[in-house]
Design a protein around this ligand. Structure first.
Ligand SMILES: NC(=O)c1ccc[n+]([C@@H]2O[C@H](COP(=O)([O-])OP(=O)(O)OC[C@H]3O[C@@H](n4cnc5c(N)ncnc54)[C@H](O)[C@@H]3O)[C@@H](O)[C@H]2O)c1
Length: 699
C-alpha cells in the first residue's frame, strides 16, 4: 500500500496503490511526496503523471483512518498540494473511474488534468455533514464556474467527466483520453513540458466570478437551508464557495478550513459519520468472511403476488434478473402482474423510466401456478399470507419439489422462522428475508438467521442484498425481529401519552419536529390500524400481565382502521391524505381518561420525544443483550433505513450515546414514578443499566 514509482522514458509515473478505492492514506501521501522529491532532483525526468492503480483514480480520504492520527499526519493532503504547487516540472493528474473528495482535490491542485470518459467526479463531503477541506470549494469554482461548482459542493452528487469537460470555458480537464489513459497522459505530459514557455498553470491564479454574486449566493443559501433544515453543512458550503468569489485564494482556503473544523465538531456531522460507518459495518457478520462459501443464485422465484410479493419481484427485475412468480389462482397472478405494470407505468409517466427499459424489465417476468416450474430455482422467497399454517404448507411443498441446495426464504414479519424451517428436511437452507413495504422502494432488508441457517446461506443472501441495492441487517429470531419488536414498544408508549393527556397530533408534531418523517399515529393510519390490532390481540393474549393502552383497539372496534377506511386516529377527506384532527377521537380520549381515572395533564415536547425514543433505546438494548442483533450500529441502521429515524441524529442508539446513557436511565427512572405510565415499561434493560452505571456507551 502506498504510491508506486516508475518511469516511462522521461516521464515519471506515480501510481496510487491502496485498494479498493485508492484512499489517500498516510502511506499513499508519503509515497506521492517522496516520488515528487525524486522527480525534482532527477534531471532526466521532465514531467509527472499521477494515476490510480486498478480501475479508478481515488475516492478521497481513507475512511479507515477517520478519527485517527494518521488522517492528519504529515504530509497531509494540504501539504502535498503545496508541494505540487511548488514543483518546477508539470504534474498531470490522470483520472478514471472515480475521482472524488480528496481525490478530486489532489487533481485540482495539480497543474493539468486529463480524464477518461465515464469518470465519476464529485465532492461528496457534504453527505458526511462537512465540506471539502483541502481547497475543493475554492478551486472547483475556478475550474468549472461558480454555479456548477456550487451545485456539486452543496449536493455532493458526482458528475461524469465528459459532462464536465463540455462546460464552455472549463479548466477542469485539459483533455479527455479514450483508450490507454496512461499512454495518453504521458504523451500529454511530454507535450506540456516541451512547449512550456511561462509559469505552470495553477487554479489558484484563475479568478472565480459571478455577474450577480450578491443575489445569487443569498438565493443559494436560502435554498440550501430550506432543503436541508436539519443540517448546517449545505448552507456552509454556499458560504465557502462564495469566498472563492469574494476573497483572495489564500483567504478563501483559510475560510474553508475554518468552516471544515467547525462542521467536523457538529452533532449532525458526527451522526452522519456514524451512519456512514454503521451502514458499512452492517454487512459484516462475525462468523462470515470472504472465505465463507457462497451458493450460485441465478434463478429466483417468488411465492405470492400480493403487496409484498410484487414489490420483492420488482427488486429483481430492476437488477436485471429473471423472476418467476407462483400463485394459487390465475386471477391472483393477473392482479399481481397488473400492479407491477401499474407501478412501472407510473414511473414511465413521470419520466423516471424509459419505455424500452420498462418492457425489458417486464420481459424478465414469468408466472406459474405449478411448483414444478420453479423446482430448479436457486432462491425462492415466500410472501404469502401471514398465517403459520399456510406458510408451513408452502414450505412442506417446497421441501418436496425444490432442487437440493436451493435457498428457501420467508418474508414473514412476525412468525417464527425456526418453526417454518422445522417443517422442512433442510432447515439449514431456510432464512428470513424481511422486506419493508413498499418493497421496491424501502432500502432495509432484515435477514433473519434461524438457529439452523447455514453460514453459506446467510453469506449468499447478504451478497445478494447488495446486488438488489438493499441495506441488509442480520437479525436473530424473535417476535417482530429487530425493527417491529422495537416499534411495538414505541407505539405502546405513544398510546400511554395520549391516555395521559396528549392528542395524537401533539405526539406526532413533537416527534416530527425531532426529525421523524411521520409520527406514530399518522404511520398507524397509513399502515392500517387493523394490522397492529391483530398483532396486539395475539401478543397480549399471550402476555396478559403486560400493560398496553386499548385506545387503538377501541378505534378499530369502531371501524376506524386509518386512511383506508377514511378514519383512524385522524379523520380523512375522500381523495386526500392529510390527517385532520378528529373531534370523535378527542371525545373518545376524554371518556377514556375519565373511565381510567386519569387526570389529564399537559405534556411538553421534550418529554414526548424522550419517552418515545427511550422506548426504542430500551428495547434496542434488550435486542442486543439477547443477541438478536450483533451490534448497536445495526439497530441504528434498521431504524434509519426502515423507520424514518432522522439521519442527523444517527439512529436511536447513537442518539442515546450522544445524550449519555447515564442521563437516559435517569430520565427513565423518573418516568417510572409517573403513576399514569407503566413502571415495568421503564425498567432499564440490564445492558443499558450496566453501561450507564459504568459510564460507557453503546458504541
Ligand atoms: N404488507 C406489509 O407491509 C408487509 C411488510 C413486510 C412483510 N410482510 C409479510 O409479507 C407477507 C405477505 O404480505 P402481503 O402484505 O403481501 O399480503 P397480501 O395479502 O397482499 O398477499 C398475499 C398473497 O399471497 C397469495 N397466497 C396466499 N396463499 C398462497 C399459497 N399457498 N401459495 C401461493 N400464493 C399464496 C395470495 O393470493 C396473495 O396474493 C406476509 O407474511 C406479511 O407478514 C408484509
Amino acid at each position: 500500500m502506498g504510491a508506486l514509482f516508475h518511469t516511462r522514458g522521461d516521464v515519471a509515473v506515480i501510481t496510487l496503490d491502496n485498494p479498493p478505492v485508492n484512499g489517500l492514506a498516510c502511506d499513499v501521501r508519503r509515497g506521492i511526496s517522496e516520488a515528487l522529491d525524486r522527480v525534482e532532483t532527477d534531471a532526466s525526468l521532465i514531467a509527472v503523471v499521477i494515476i490510480g492503480g486498478g480501475k479508478l483514480f481515488s475516492a478521497g480520504a481513507d475512511i479507515r483512518e477517520f478519527g485517527r492520527p494518521e488522517a492528519v499526519a504529515e504530509p497531509n493532503l494540504f501539504s502535498l498540494l503545496m508541494q505540487i504547487e511548488m514543483m518546477s516540472k508539470p504534474v498531470i493528474a490522470a483520472v478514471n473511474g472515480v475521482c472524488m473528495g480528496g481525490g478530486l482535490e489532489l487533481a485540482l491542485g495539480s497543474h493539468y488534468r486529463v480524464a477518461a470518459p465515464g469518470t465519476d467526479v464529485g465532492l461528496p463531503e457534504v453527505k458526511l455533514g462537512i465540506l471539502p477541506g483541502c481547497g475543493g470549494t475554492q478551486r472547483l469554482p475556478r475550474a468549472i464556474g461558480v454555479e456548477p461548482a456550487l451545485n456539486m459542493v452543496v449536493t455532493g452528487e458526482s458528475i461524469k467527466s465528459e459532462v464536465l469537460a463540455a462546460i464552455p470555458g472549463q479548466k477542469l480537464f485539459d483533455q479527455l483520453i479514450e483508450g490507454d489513459l496512461l499512454a495518453g497522459a504521458c504523451d500529454f505530459a511530454r507535450a506540456c513540458a516541451e512547449s512550456r514557455s511561462t509559469d505552470l498553470p495553477l487554479l489558484r491564479h484563475v479568478k472565480a466570478s459571478h455577474p450577480n454574486a450578491e443575489a445569487y449566493f443569498q438565493f443559494a443559501r436560502n435554498t440550501a437551508k430550506g432543503a436541508s433544515r436539519n443540517f448546517p453543512a449545505p448552507a456552509k458550503c454556499v458560504d465557502a464557495v462564495e469566498a472563492s468569489v469574494k476573497r483572495t485564494f489564500d483567504e478563501g482556503l483559510a475560510f474553508e478550513r475554518h468552516i471544515f473544523r467547525e462542521l467536523l465538531g457538529t452533532p449532525e456531522s458526527k451522526a452522519l459519520r456514524h451512519v456512514f460507518f454503521a451502514e458499512r459495518a452492517a454487512a459484516k457478520v462475525a462468523d462470515i468472511d470472504a472465505a465463507t462459501a457462497r451458493r450460485t443464485l441465478d434463478k429466483v422465484s417468488v411465492i405470492g403476488a400480493g403487496t409484498m410479493g410484487g414489490g420483492i419481484t420488482m427488486n429483481f427485475l430492476d437488477a436485471g434478473r429473471p423472476v418467476t412468480i407462483l400463485e394459487t389462482t390465475q386471477e391472483a397472478l393477473d392482479r399481481g402482474v397488473a400492479t407491477i405494470r401499474k407501478n412501472y407505468e407510473a414511473l414511465v409517466r413521470k419520466g423516471k423510466l424509459a419505455a424500452d427499459k420498462y418492457e425489458r424489465k417486464m420481459s424478465l417476468l414469468r408466472t406459474t401456478l405449478d411448483y414444478t416450474d420453479i423446482a430448479d430455482a436457486d432462491l425462492v422467497i415466500e410472501a404469502v399470507y401471514e398465517d403459520l399454517k399456510v406458510k408451513e404448507q408452502v414450505f412442506r411443498t417446497l421441501d418436496g419439489v425444490m432442487k437440493p441446495g436451493a435457498i428457501l426464504a420467508t418474508n414473514t414479519s412476525t412468525l417464527d422462522v425456526n418453526r417454518i424451517a422445522e417443517v422442512t428436511r433442510r432447515p439449514q437452507d431456510v432464512v428470513g428475508m424481511h422486506f419493508f413495504s413498499p418493497a421496491n422502494v424501502m432500502k432495509l432488508l432484515e435477514v433473519v438467521r434461524g438457529k439452523a441457517t447455514s453460514r453459506e446461506v446467510l453469506a449468499t443472501v447478504l451478497d445478494l442484498a447488495k446486488t438488489i441495492r438493499k441495506t441488509a441487517v442480520v437479525s436473530g429470531v424473535c417476535d417482530g425481529f429487530i425493527g417491529n419488536r422495537m416499534l411495538d414498544q414505541y407505539f405502546r408508549q405513544a398510546s400511554f401519552l395520549v391516555e395521559e393527556g396528549c392528542s395524537p397530533e401533539q405526539v406526532d408534531r413533537a416527534i416530527e419536529k425531532f426529525g421523524f418523517a411521520m409520527g406514530p399515529f399518522r404511520v398507524a393510519d397509513l399502515a392500517g390500524n387493523d394490522i397492529g390490532w391483530a398483532i396486539r390481540k395475539r401478543r397480549y393474549i399471550e402476555k396478559p400481565h403486560v400493560r398496553y393502552s386499548r385506545v387503538g383497539d377501541v378505534l378499530c372496534e369502531m371501524g376506524r382502521f386509518g386512511q383506508k377506511s377514511g378514519a383512524g386516529f385522524y379523520d380523512y377527506v375522500e381523495g386526500r391524505r392529510d390527517a385532520v384532527p378528529s373531534p370523535i377521537v378527542k371525545d373518545l380520549l376524554v371518556q377514556f381518561r375519565k373511565d381510567a381515572g386519569i387526570e389529564p395533564r399537559k405534556i411538553g415536547e421534550d418529554e414526548i420525544v424522550h419517552r418515545l425514543v427511550w422506548a426504542l433505546v430500551n428495547e434496542g438494548a434488550r435486542v442486543l443483550e439477547e443477541g438478536i442483533s450483533g451490534k448497536a450500529s445495526d439497530v441504528d441502521v434498521v431504524y434509519l433505513t426502515g423507520y424514518g429515524f432522522p439521519r442527523h441524529r444517527g439512529g436511536p442508539m447513537c442518539y442515546a450515546d450522544t445524550v449519555g446513557l447515564y442521563n437516559v436511565v435517569r430520565s427513565m427512572r423518573q418516568y417510572a414514578r409517573n403513576p399514569n405510565d407503566d413502571a415495568a415499561f421503564w425498567e432499564p434493560a440490564p445492558l443499558l443499566a450496566r453501561l450507564a452505571a459504568e459510564g460507557k456507551s453503546f458504541s
